[in-house]
Design a protein around this ligand. Structure first.
Ligand SMILES: [Zn+2]
Ligand SMILES: [Zn+2]
Length: 162
């Protein structure tokens, strides 16, 4: 039986073929690792991949991630810091995010009421809404889990200094 990743790889192969590009082994490794994550930076993905494929450079991973974005498999996000996070959107519809300042945890949500209010607000201001990004920043209520999941030496997102 074809696994989900097999299906994605076939899908990607077709898309690449349309652009006269090949699914190289390197691209396949990056895609494979990327699809195992929800939101990840290129650096973090590089570290994951390095465990099994040390020869893959960060530049290759960046290039492949950008390609995946062009193909609609990934979406670039900027969660409060200057790092680019890549959102694995292959199986996702539009969604918004909640982000923890402390551990960098990202929660996805979709709320039809908020979506509707945004439309209404745009309309009220004589605006035709095409797209939006809603990011809500704060802290995990579960302090214990939050502290346990701090993996990066610096906070994943910039805490306002006020
Ligand atoms: Zn997301
Ligand atoms: Zn947290």
């Amino acid at each position: 039986m074809a696994t989900e990743v097999d299906t994605e790889i076939t899908h990607l192969k077709n898309q690449l073929a349309q652009r006269h590009l090949k699914l190289t082994r390197q691209r396949e490794i990056v895609l494979d690792a990327f699809l195992k994550n929800d939101h990840i930076t290129a650096e973090a993905l590089y570290q994951q991949i390095a465990k099994t494929n040390a020869h893959l450079g960060l530049a290759t991973i960046y290039r492949t991630l950008n390609l995946l974005c062009e193909l609609g498999i990934g979406q670039e996000r900027h969660f409060g810091d200057n790092k680019t996070t890549f959102d694995n959107v292959l199986h996702k519809k539009h969604h918004d995010h909640l982000i923890c300042y402390k551990c960098g945890k990202i929660v996805e949500f979709e709320c039809s009421e908020i979506e509707k209010l945004q439309e209404e607000m745009a309309d009220k201001h004589g605006f035709i809404l095409q797209n939006h990004k809603l990011e809500l920043y704060g802290y995990c209520k579960d302090i214990e889990n939050c502290e346990k999941s701090i993996t990066t030496p610096t906070p994943a997102v910039g805490v306002p200094t006020s």
